[in-house]
Design a binder for this molecule. Structure first.
Ligand code: ZN
Length: 147
């Protein structure tokens, strides 16, 4: 990974943004686990007028999983649900190496994970928070596992 990418990921790992929880039942939440690496993350999200009003996370794991949760919450807060869903799809395509450089325009800082596609074992670390967010929005209270 390039130094710049590594620096951003380590910064979010050491000082996670939006760490914490939101009051249940006012929010939707879900738990996600990546047993291969030992990552565990709980996502709390509130939606108002079809927008992500607030989003927090608890847990984490390795640097990639924790930084991904931190950067995800930062990126989707205040965004319309449809846009957050599109970002998940683009992010997933990027980290699994299915997308061309030019199509990453909407991802902003999330492109720090673009090199993950060269490390297949870490893809689940990078996508855990996103899968868990998806579960919190579509199957609140549920649990997801990458296995
Ligand atoms: Zn991990």
């Amino acid at each position: 990974m390039s130094d710049l990418y590594e620096e951003v990921i380590l910064d979010h790992y050491k000082r996670p943004r939006n760490a914490g929880k939101l009051a249940i039942p006012e929010c939707n939440h879900a738990e996600g686990a990546n047993p291969l690496c030992g990552d565990n993350v709980t996502i709390y999200v509130t939606v108002r007028d079809d927008k992500i009003e607030d989003v927090r996370f608890e847990g984490g794991g390795c640097a990639i999983a924790t930084a991904s949760a931190s950067l995800m919450t930062e990126s989707i807060k205040g965004k319309p649900l449809a846009e957050a869903k599109r970002m998940f799809e683009e992010f997933h395509a990027m980290v699994t190496g299915k997308e061309e450089e030019a199509e990453r325009a909407g991802l902003g800082k999330l492109t720090v994970f673009s090199n993950i596609c060269h490390y297949p074992a870490r893809v689940k670390c990078a996508t855990l928070a996103w899968h868990t967010l998806d579960a919190a929005l579509t199957r609140p209270g549920g649990k997801v596992s990458t296995e």
